[in-house]
Write a protein that binds this ligand. Structure first.
Ligand SMILES: CC(C)(COP(=O)(O)OP(=O)(O)OC[C@H]1O[C@@H](n2cnc3c(N)ncnc32)[C@H](O)[C@@H]1OP(=O)(O)O)[C@@H](O)C(=O)NCCC(=O)NCCS
Length: 152
């Protein structure tokens, strides 16, 4: 089901709202300034009723890209917003010639792992003790393919 939101490139006007969602989503949140440093990368926001309700940040080098950050506001989760953001990001990366997309995820983050699996990401490695607060391994996931619809 499509989410009732619009996906658009982030602008500096979105940074405060993005950082507020980030602070609810992670114990070690990025600041608005850190998000601002990614305005030249692939930085998408999901907007519903004029409000930012989610975001995704990625960067790419040649044919490889990394999803750096994804979150959705707690009160509007499970409505397809993150999947819509990811699908849009994967399509844009594919159009730019990216063929491999990587990301890291906590093994305990069941919601995110299901989300990534649902768009074709597969586990390729584990980084021991990668995360702090709280300390946890990272699973490295990779998705091969050219857009949000054909990768496996
Ligand atoms: C992970 C997160 C971004 C998902 O956002 P969302 O908009 O609620 O996700 P969607 O509604 O697009 O869900 C897409 C799929 O992800 C999976 N999923 C999402 N939330 C889930 C949950 N709580 N439990 C299990 N699976 C879940 C499901 O497969 C879902 O598809 P379905 O609803 O058809 O079953 C959101 O929970 C979040 O912001 N979490 C905190 C930040 C975070 O962990 N980011 C990822 C860091 S790697």
């Amino acid at each position: 089901m499509d989410a009732p939101c619009r996906i658009q490139a982030a602008s500096s006007a979105d940074l405060g709202a993005v950082a507020r969602i980030e602070a609810t989503a992670f114990p070690d949140p990025w600041s608005a300034e850190q998000f601002g440093s990614h305005l030249g990368d692939l930085f998408l926001v999901a907007v519903a009723a004029g409000e930012v309700i989610g975001y995704l940040v990625a960067w790419s080098v040649g044919v490889e890209a990394e999803i750096l950050n994804v979150a959705v506001a707690p009160d509007v989760r499970r409505r397809g917003t993150a999947r819509t953001l990811l699908t849009e990001a994967l399509a844009k990366l594919g159009q730019a010639g990216v063929t491999s997309v990587f990301l890291e995820v906590r093994p305990s983050n069941v919601a995110a792992r299901h989300l990534y699996a649902s768009v074709g990401f597969r586990e390729v490695a584990r980084r021991r003790g990668y995360y702090a607060t709280p300390r946890e391994d990272a699973l490295v996931l990779r998705r091969e393919g050219h857009d949000g619809r054909d990768g496996q």
